[in-house]
Design a protein around this ligand. Structure first.
Ligand SMILES: [Zn+2]
Length: 341
């Protein structure tokens, strides 16, 4: 598989959190011109588990997906769940020990196990375990998070090389996560130390928007200034269409957000004329397509009124069609960024 496009092209990667982009078949996903997707290690660790995925031939075989698969390390969700005490467990120098909220099983996520899990899943691009904290933390806490993130990234790389032969032998890429919260000097320090270790990509981690919902431009710029240009520059969790445009101008090239699919499920759609709420009463007799300028399966074949009716009747097909549309909108946005650059 040619993974070079991850370093040169702009790509939007939908979240296939549990190994599926919600409401879409893999064929429908391909038809939106999606080239890469992101799966969530933490959710797949809990169900069906990496051993099951490996026995079934890996996540790509399971999904019958021919594109690229990114796996996150599970750090972001796990650590935010543990720090906010929504999940039971402990973050420690070696990673985290936690209880699965459903089965009550105990899991241990360390730099080494996170690599092992991602390898069993058969991911193309792995992400190192990072110590993600809340958005508002003291400098001391942010500094500790940077220290651990760098230490764990190094352990991940060493394990990936020693145990699997690294990128050369596996053909896979290993990326890391830059932390440092909103402290520019810590962001810089984290980026520089990670560059010294050497990775195939440097992902912007932590919170990407501030309390007002504004993109953290200064932090993102600081990181970009301190990483090589010919690598993966993934702005994790970015985001709204306008934020993707901003982040791409700063120098990031990969993006993902749950908004695309989540908004579709809530009946909010992106169109060339702004956002549209399919639930609204004025859609009931609107015979126009969701977006007259879109050529997706939803817009080519159905009216707003029909989707409104299906949505109100809780027909899952409405959610499928709206997800197809929203994802197509994002992929068109990315295509326009690619053609402008
Ligand atoms: Zn459409």
């Amino acid at each position: 598989m040619n993974l070079d496009i991850l370093k040169t092209k702009y790509l939007f990667m939908p979240d296939a959190t549990r190994g599926a982009v919600r409401y879409l078949t893999t064929k429908q996903l391909e038809e939106t011109k999606t080239e890469a997707l992101v799966t969530n290690t933490l959710h797949l660790l809990i169900h069906p588990g990496p051993d099951v995925i490996q026995k079934l031939g890996g996540i790509k075989k399971m999904m019958n997906w021919k594109g690229i698969v990114f796996t996150d390390s599970g750090g972001f969700q796990l650590f935010s769940l543990l720090h906010s005490k929504k999940w039971k467990g402990q973050v420690h120098e070696n990673g985290a020990t936690f209880l699965s909220p459903k089965e009550g099983n105990t899991y241990e996520l360390t730099p080494e196990t996170s690599i092992d899990i991602q390898m069993k899943m058969g991911s193309d691009v792995l992400v190192t375990l990072d110590d993600c904290r809340d958005a508002k933390i003291s400098k001391k806490e942010a500094s500790q998070s940077v220290e651990r993130t760098v230490k764990w990234a190094k352990r991940c790389k060493e394990h990936f090389e020693k145990e699997y032969g690294g990128s050369e032998k596996t053909g896979k890429l290993l990326t890391c996560v830059v932390q440092g919260a909103n402290y520019l000097d810590l962001r810089k320090e984290c980026a520089k130390e990670l560059v010294n270790i050497g990775f195939d990509g440097y992902n912007f981690g932590g919170y990407v928007v501030d309390e007002e919902g504004e993109l953290v431009v200064d932090e993102m710029e600081t990181v970009i200034e301190n990483i090589p240009k010919d690598t993966i520059r993934y702005a994790m969790g970015v985001g709204k269409p306008e934020d993707i445009l901003k982040a791409s101008k700063i120098g990031y090239n990969l993006f993902d957000t749950v908004l695309v699919t989540r908004n579709a499920r809530h009946g909010t759609v992106y169109t060339s004329e702004g956002t549209l709420r399919i639930k609204n009463k004025d859609m009931a007799l609107d015979s126009r397509p969701v977006d007259p300028n879109c050529k997706c399966e939803c817009c080519k074949n159905y009216s707003r009124a029909y989707i409104h009716h299906m949505f109100k009747s809780k027909e899952a097909t409405a959610l499928t069609l709206l997800t197809i549309h929203n994802l197509t909108y994002y992929q068109n946005l990315i295509a326009s960024i690619n053609s402008d650059n």
